[in-house]
Design a protein around this ligand. Structure first.
Ligand SMILES: Cc1cc2nc3c(=O)[nH]c(=O)nc-3n(C[C@H](O)[C@H](O)[C@H](O)COP(=O)(O)OP(=O)(O)OC[C@H]3O[C@@H](n4cnc5c(N)ncnc54)[C@H](O)[C@@H]3O)c2cc1C
Length: 458
């Protein structure tokens, strides 16, 4: 039923414009929300085009394991074309969405070099799931000194940064400079920050223990900085306390009640509640604090008059459509949703919210195709999980609070279950089993960012 995508003119020219026959659903973003929407539409009587600026789905909950050498990139990413290779009504388009023309029902696209993309893409129904990115609290200049682990590229950069710090310390004769190389600061003690700090501690205390001759990697200081008065504020206080103790056992120093007020190439400046400032000399900072919605949210808000909150999320109706545009849905990290009373509600910025919303919008599209009505979106909270390190995690599942080994096994099973692709599940299971038995991390490679002076000078 899918007709060839082709130019409106029938010719290949610079102004390329794609059209398809049949009800055309365009999904922007092959992350957690967009992927679920397309999966649920693959047997529907519609034509689906999935547009993403990456050619793969990324399992973001495990990027920090790539950043610490526990997993390789290919184990947590899966090509979008491979996911839909058997679904004749689904097409994947590698391109970046630059803008929307909601009146003409078209997207404006930008090419992702070196792959040319059509300029415009028409739709009958549009589902936008552009996600979010880390924000640096208005200090964009911090970005170059404090890496984050949201994308595969940035996770690999962090891996290089962490491993290079140990290499530099090994060759550093000056004690203060060596200490700075061996001081690692993680900003933000939400699940990602806690997981990241725990993994760096395991890398230093366990994996690298015997790898160096001059330094003892176990002397590394891992500092986890949090402005709130406890780690994992989305969990009940009792589980935060348990996570804090597990972090301490691993050798992480937790600095709560401290805000970051400066980051530069030589270190981090913190402010305490009493107004006192503290300077920490360090060369590797990982950013795991606030997020901001994709710029696509802001653009949709401008075009439709929908409200936006401080984190850039566009406010959608209770059926996840934009005001005045029942044919346009927005989902996932980039939205907040009006409840039955019309009040905007911010749901947690986690994968299950995006996935449930993706499945929901697909069922609305299917219902409309059959001429039926569909009820409002309702989020079913299945619980909250965070891992701290080897055999240590916390879980809050519908009021049942778990910690330690049982929570860790639950975390492992859930993450394996939701990884896309049987091969990836198997590979990650083997990797984790091997790492558990040997304390090893096979992917401890410094790649990409490291260049020799000869390479740099050409
Ligand atoms: C490090 C980290 C750890 C996390 N850990 C957990 C966890 O343990 N458990 C949990 O539930 N959640 C976790 N999350 C949150 C979870 O990953 C997000 O809530 C989820 O990814 C949101 O899904 P989404 O579909 O809204 O966006 P995403 O999954 O981010 O997908 C957005 C997609 O849109 C594409 N895109 C964006 N802009 C454009 C554009 N202009 N043109 C074309 N394509 C575009 C992107 O390439 C991407 O593929 C974590 C997040 C991070 C960063």
């Amino acid at each position: 039923m899918v007709e060839e995508l082709r130019d409106a003119s029938g010719e290949i020219g610079p102004e390329r414009h794609l059209r398809v026959a049949g009800h055309h659903v365009v999904v922007v973003g092959g992350g957690f929300g967009g992927l679920q929407a397309v999966l649920k539409l693959r047997r529907a009587p519609v034509v689906v085009t999935l547009v993403d600026r990456r050619n793969f789905h990324l399992f973001q909950p495990l990027t920090y394991q790539v950043a610490t050498g526990a997993l390789s990139p290919g184990e947590i990413a899966y090509p979008l074309r491979a996911v839909f290779k058997r679904d004749r009504n689904v097409r994947v388009l590698l391109a970046e969405v630059a803008d929307f023309d909601l009146d003409a029902r078209e997207l404006h696209l930008r090419s992702v070099a070196p792959v040319p993309a059509p300029d415009r893409l028409g739709y009958d129904t549009l589902i936008v799931a552009g996600g979010s990115h880390y924000s640096y609290f208005g200090h964009e200049e911090w970005r170059m000194h404090a890496a984050e682990v949201k994308s595969l590229e940035s996770a690999l950069a962090v891996r290089g940064l962490l491993l290079a710090a140990f290499e530099a310390a090994e060759g550093e004769p000056n004690a203060d400079a060596r200490d700075a190389w061996l001081t690692f600061v993680v900003v933000g003690a939400g699940p990602t920050g806690v997981e990241m700090a725990g993994q760096i501690a395991e890398l230093a205390r366990d994996t690298l223990r015997r790898d160096f001759r001059t330094i003892d990697p176990r002397q590394a200081r891992i500092l986890l900085v949090e402005a709130a008065d406890r780690v994992l504020t989305s969990f009940p206080p009792s589980l935060s306390a348990k996570a804090g103790r597990s972090l301490q056992r691993l050798g992480v120093t937790v600095l709560t009640g401290r805000s970051v007020i400066g980051i530069d190439a030589a270190g981090v400046t913190l402010a305490g509640r009493d107004g006192g400032e503290e300077r920490i000399a360090c060369r590797a900072v990982v950013w795991a604090a606030g997020v901001t919605a994709s710029g696509l949210a802001g653009r949709l808000a401008e075009l439709t008059g929908a409200e936006r909150d401080r984190a850039g999320r566009v406010t959608v109706e209770s059926d996840l459509t934009l005001p005045g545009h029942p044919e346009v849905f927005a989902i996932g990290d980039m939205v907040r949703v009006r409840d039955a009373g019309g009040e905007p509600v911010v749901l947690p910025g986690v994968a299950p919210v995006a996935m449930q919303q993706g499945r929901y919008v697909a069922s609305v599209v299917r219902a409309r195709q059959r001429g039926r009505e569909h009820g409002a979106f309702r989020y079913r909270d299945k619980g909250n999980l965070a891992t701290i390190g080897r055999a240590a995690a916390v879980a809050d599942i519908k009021g049942v609070r778990l910690s330690g080994f049982l929570a860790w096994v639950t975390w492992l099973v859930v993450h394996l279950w939701y990884l896309i692709g049987f091969q990836n599940r198997l590979l990650v299971l083997i990797r984790w089993s091997f790492s558990f038995a040997t304390h090893g991390r096979g992917a401890r490679l410094i790649t990409g960012t490291a260049t020799t002076s000869e390479e740099r000078d050409g």
